[in-house]
Design a protein around this ligand. Structure first.
Ligand code: ATP
Ligand code: ZN
Length: 634
């Protein structure tokens, strides 16, 4: 009791009675109990937020312990959310904490559930979950404090529907991962070869033999399936070669397999080289002779600023593969019975592994006529893991709570977008919160939900009841289920199908977009419709409840900006994302214009198929090709 009193008194003194009371009565949601989440939970608990719900899908890993201070060695493999609750509860037993070891995208966390919170905190590490929570908070009209850190940099943003920018009002760089086909067959940049050497070749020879998922997109969709099959076959062949490890032939066998035979097989796929330069296989004996003739010694590996030529790379390749083989053989010899088989892992600071990856990547680059890189450069690229820094997380989590105070006080005017940076003159820089971007395809949408028996109601019901009657669209609209188009005026094949046959089920989100073209009537904004499945008795005529009418606003038509006269006009904050960019991401109408080949709208990096249960096939598959640099690894 004494502690409770003594804790409440300074909080009240510091924040004032009104805010302190609001905080005491607040129900808050925290998504993510990792680096920022642990710090944030401690802050929330110590500030006396009355009820805190924590969602995290992960379990605790050894590598989390340096900064996620609510966890210790005994907690490894236990759910983060549950352990975070247990540890933080001790700091303040009066706070009610609920923990969920779940993905925030699970259907149990629906809009109604979000509506039960006064404020939501994102402490996440990925764009997808952030964007999802942003949408849910908009749908539920609950304020969101969004935060993120990389290295020494941090950022906090308060988001409130209709009053501030949402997370999607400005374009976000998408972390890089590469399609398997680019890595396996058609590399065009050094990074593609580096990912191949590090995530494929190295792990196949010295590691687990499983492709690392973080930098390769190995989803088994139709496009990737064949590539993955070939890759698996090649991996099997490599496994057989692996048995030669420790013998003199090993380096030669690996070389011949991956730089000669596999490349020859690739070359024979004629279609692949119609628009690309055909790779040239490397012959072991020829390169070996060049290396011997030039008198190259293995100490060339120490010259890390030099861009090695093919013979030099060859020498480092053979030497490093021998060094690594010896290491692994020794580790295997020392392994005690019952222990797992040892493996080697790539580490940019482990010179043997770096030498191998650098040389293998360069040999492959040479084969595909891609620029070679120095070991120094490859080290940056292959090891571009931005460290998570505990202090940055702690400061950022503190700022989250300070911004939450403004939101709780209904004082958004003084809330700020806060940036934390080590390199700037001042640690903090701030910006006023921008107004919502009127062209944002997420927060300019209207939202509604529909209670419907998805096994009985048809797409026609959705079109005529919700899209036309309730929301006032004409039949010239587009209906998307996620990224799949199920209806437009020229594609009526699905209309008689029950919604469930189109994968429209409980908790699906449907987007309806105006596709009418009229000079004098602006288009309506999009409607995001959440489906709530409910069984209606079969003898009931209408297998749905008619939703209340929805006021769908008109779409914002951007006015062409006048050119600034003196060129000094500052770009208004919030206009960072162009209308076209905004359209491309989430606007079904924009997606359809791309499908129709209208180049006026930039191609969004989404893969999209018409959804038809008769498997009518794909309409279009848009494959992004341009990768500009470095892999981002969480
Ligand atoms: N969809 C999701 N639902 C619930 N929790 C999520 C979701 N996506 C990410 N998270 C959680 O967000 C947290 C982010 O924390 P952080 O950035 O510190 O990552 P980490 O995985 O703990 O550490 P690192 O990636 O550096 O090893 C993680 O604990 C992760 O499990
Ligand atoms: Zn927005």
């Amino acid at each position: 009791m004494a502690t409770e009193m003594s804790r409440e008194v300074p909080i009240k003194k510091a924040l004032g009675g009104t805010l302190a009371n609001k905080i005491k009565n607040a129900r808050v949601l925290m998504v993510g109990a990792g680096g920022i989440g642990c710090e944030l939970l401690k802050n929330l608990v110590l500030t006396g937020f009355g009820e805190i719900h924590i969602v995290d899908l992960d379990t605790i890993d050894l590598s989390n312990l340096n900064r996620q201070f609510l966890f210790n060695m005994n907690h490894i493999k236990k759910p983060k959310a549950i352990v975070a609750k247990e540890t933080a509860q001790k700091f303040n037993p009066d706070v009610k904490i609920e923990a969920y070891h779940s993905n925030i995208k699970d259907s149990e966390f629906d809009v109604e559930w979000y509506k039960g919170f006064h404020i939501v905190f994102n402490a996440l590490d990925n764009l997808d979950a952030r964007r999802y929570v942003n949408k849910m908070c908009l749908a539920a009209n609950v304020p969101l404090i969004e935060s993120g850190t990389t290295g020494f940099n941090g950022q906090v943003q308060a988001i409130k529907k209709g009053e501030t920018e949402c997370y999607d009002c400005t374009a976000k760089p998408v972390p890089k991962s590469f399609p398997v086909c680019t890595i396996r067959s058609t590399p065009s940049q050094p990074i593609h070869c580096i990912v191949w050497a590090k995530s494929y070749l190295f792990t196949e020879i010295f590691g687990t033999g499983e492709m690392e998922s973080s930098d390769m997109d190995n989803k088994e969709d139709a496009e990737n399936a064949e590539e993955i099959e070939t890759l698996k076959r090649e991996a099997q062949e490599l496994k057989r070669i692996r048995e030669k490890m420790g013998t003199n032939e090993f380096a030669k066998a690996v070389f011949q397999k991956v730089f000669d035979e596999d490349v020859q097989r690739l070359c024979s796929m004629e279609d692949m080289w119609k628009t690309r330069k055909r790779p040239t296989p490397l012959k072991f004996e020829e390169v070996q002779k060049a290396a011997v003739d030039a008198g190259i010694k293995s100490d060339i590996a120490e010259k890390d600023q030099l861009t090695w030529d093919v013979a030099q790379n060859f020498t480092v390749f053979v030497d490093s593969i021998n060094r690594l083989s010896k290491r692994l053989q020794e580790e295997k010899a020392n392994v005690t019975e019952g222990s797992p088989q040892p493996i080697l892992e790539f580490d940019k600071d482990d010179v043997d592994t770096l030498d191998f990856v650098a040389a293998a990547a360069n040999l492959r680059s040479h084969i595909f006529r891609i620029d070679l890189k120095s070991k120094f450069d490859i080290k940056q690229m292959a090891g571009n893991i931005i460290p998570a820094i505990a202090t940055t997380n702690a400061i950022t989590a503190g700022v989250c709570v300070l911004q939450a105070f403004k939101v709780m006080n209904d004082d958004l005017q003084s809330a700020k977008m806060v940036f934390l940076s080590k390199s700037a003159d001042r640690i903090f820089s701030t910006e006023r919160l921008s107004k919502p971007n009127p062209t944002c395809a997420v927060c300019s949408n209207a939202w509604s939900s529909w209670e419907v028996d998805t096994t009985r109601a048809t797409l026609q019901d959705l079109l005529s009841v919700v899209a036309q009657k309730v929301a006032g669209y004409s039949e010239e609209c587009i209906i998307m289920n996620g990224s799949k188009m199920v209806y437009d005026v020229d594609y009526e094949d699905n209309l008689e199908k029950p919604l469930a046959d189109l994968d429209i089920v409980d908790n699906s989100t449907i987007s309806i977009a105006d596709d009418s073209s009229s000079d004098d009537q602006p288009q309506k904004a999009n409607l995001e419709l959440r489906i709530i499945h409910k069984d209606y008795p079969v003898d009931n005529d209408t297998p749905y409840a008619e939703p209340a009418p929805v006021e769908v606003p008109l779409k914002h038509v951007p006015v062409k900006a006048e050119k600034p006269v003196n060129g000094t006009t500052e770009e208004p904050h919030g206009a960072k994302r162009t209308h076209d960019e905004a359209l491309g991401e989430d606007d079904p109408a924009a997606k359809k214009r791309v499908v129709n080949g209208d180049k006026a709208v930039p191609v969004p990096a989404v893969k999209k198929t018409k959804q038809d249960t008769d498997k009518d096939g794909d309409v279009v598959v848009l494959d992004e090709e341009e990768d500009d640099g470095v892999i981002e690894i969480d």
